[in-house]
Design a protein around this ligand. Structure first.
Ligand code: GDP
Ligand code: IMO
Ligand code: MG
Length: 436
């Protein structure tokens, strides 16, 4: 009954999509359990000798594996327009999407929440979060406030209308009187949502039951997180976070599969660090090195196209990810991007007002003021994109991985050396429970 959770170890965009796709061919189900179309996963697949790029936002990356059943769990917030756009886009490219299952308990992102997301950011001014503007935060807020709209509500028009009315009662006051924007009409919202109901109907399921039965049969289930550890609403750099639980524990609440069924946790860790949006980032670089990482690593957002903030590897963050997620295996991605540097700095601890911190500071204020303490490792010049075993890597690249592994406290089982599906070094089997 192998159940594997895959999470991001930093602030997102670590290469979760590529890792999920890699595992996709050997798993039966891939489950998205948190977030929505704020995520952006790029998967590069070789087809007839040509490289094809897929950008996924709402669908789990496992949808690209023909034998895998993609599942959108109850913890996800769904923009139905985006869902069908993405499905149509994939179908047009010959991807079979007919197996997709959607939890009846997942929440939908009504259009008014996209408006609220955007106007709230505008109002926050320099205190803004830098959200993706997709309505994610307001929809999770509605869920917690018990005024959210669930997928199952689309199949009871009376209930749907009541719920939209209840939600808009307050929201329209806020939109019109505080934000000075157009209020939403109940009829328009209901009509918009109902327009999707018929096409969605065959996909709607009790996904917790489906996954429980799959695990009982001995099928393999992969849970794919959107966002990442430091963007988690509880364990991240609050308030500069997303509004869901992106850590491994979120896989349970976001899918209805209990913790006792999880076998392993794979964390994806980029060989350096990036962040999109606002918030503290101790190893951020504002110099030529930052530009080098952005250019070489093509660090521009998959969802919003924003340039990603770039900095060196932070192993305090890596260690924290190990602890919070219970990581059994790390995949280090984009090691190839570091090729050609004289020295590769690795942050091993922080200095906060003259005090050394080996672990994440308790207070956010200290984290804002943390200065990285670096260890400088020797770089390498050789092209590593063709390496397929750990021993193929230049000695200094091996030393980099081994030192990071020591500092983060969990084994590095795979290393990405390029964006392509096969550009990876598999050092240890990623699915111990399956392999065993
Ligand atoms: P995700 O959100 O975690 O799925 O990551 P993104 O897809 O947003 O960003 C990761 C980017 O890095 C994508 O463009 C991938 O194609 C690319 N990528 C993934 N692994 C590697 C790698 O090992 N080397 C290089 N050069 N690119 C990679
Ligand atoms: P993947 O899955 C990187 C960031 C946004 C913003 C904050 C809150 O591709 O790694 P939200 O719209 O979620 O309310 O925005 O979270 N953010 C991401 N950053 N990768 C992502 O997803 C992200 N999803 C949200 O930039 O700072
Ligand atoms: Mg991404």
């Amino acid at each position: 009954m192998p159940a594997i959770v895959l999470v991001g170890a930093q602030w997102g965009d670590e290469g979760k999509g590529k890792a999920t796709d890699l595992l996709g061919s050997s798993v039966d189900y891939v489950v998205k359990f948190n977030g929505g179309n704020n995520a952006g996963h790029t998967v590069v697949i070789e087809k007839d000798g040509k490289r094809e790029k897929y950008a996924l936002h709402l669908l789990p990356s496992g949808i690209l594996s023909p034998n895998c059943v993609p599942v959108i769990g109850n913890g996800v917030v769904i923009d139905l327009g985006v869902l069908f756009e993405e499905l149509d886009g994939l179908e047009a490219r010959g991807v079979d999407t007919s197996k997709l299952l959607v939890s009846a308990n997942a929440h939908v992102i009504p259009s008014y929440n996209r408006t609220i997301d955007k106007v709230t950011e505008r109002f926050l001014g320099k205190r803004r979060i830098g959200t993706t503007g997709r309505g994610i935060g307001p929809t999770y807020a509605d869920k917690m406030n018990r005024v959210g709209i669930r997928i199952q509500d689309l199949y009871d028009e009376g209930i749907l209308r009541q719920k939209v009315e209840a939600a808009l009662e307050l929201k329209n006051q806020v939109l019109a009187k505080i934000y000075n924007t157009r209020a939403s009409a109940v009829d328009d919202v209901v009509e918009e949502l109902l327009a999707y109901a018929a096409r969605l109907a065959p996909m709607v399921a009790d996904t917790s039951l489906v996954l429980g039965q799959a695990l009982d049969r001995g099928d393999t289930v992969l849970f794919e997180a959107g966002q990442a550890t430091l963007l988690d609403v509880d364990h991240g750099t609050y308030p500069y976070v997303t509004s869901s639980n992106a850590v491994s524990a979120g896989a349970c609440t976001g899918s209805g599969v209990p913790p006792t069924r999880i076998d392993s946790v794979i964390a994806i860790l980029k060989a350096y660090t990036t962040r999109v949006g606002e918030g503290p980032f101790p190893t951020e670089l504002h110099d030529d090195n930052g530009e080098f990482l952005r250019k070489t690593g093509a660090e521009y957002g998959t969802t919003t196209g924003r340039p990603r903030r770039c900095g060196w590897m932070d192993t305090v963050v890596g260690r924290y990810a190990t602890r919070i997620n219970g990581v059994t295996d790390f995949v280090i991605t984009k090691l190839d991007v570091l090729t050609g540097l004289e020295k590769v700095p690795v942050c091993v601890a922080y200095d906060v007002g003259g005090v050394r911190h080996d672990e994440m500071p308790v207070n956010q204020t200290d984290f804002h003021h943390a200065t990285p303490i670096y260890e400088e490792l020797d770089g390498w010049w050789e092209d590593i994109t063709g390496c397929r075993s750990f021993e193929d890597l230049p000695a200094n690249a091996q030393a980099y991985v081994l030192r990071v592994e020591e500092l983060i406290g969990a084994r590095v089982s795979a290393i990405g050396v390029g964006p392509g599906r096969d550009e990876i070094i598999e050092r240890f089997p990623l699915k111990p429970a399956v392999a065993g």
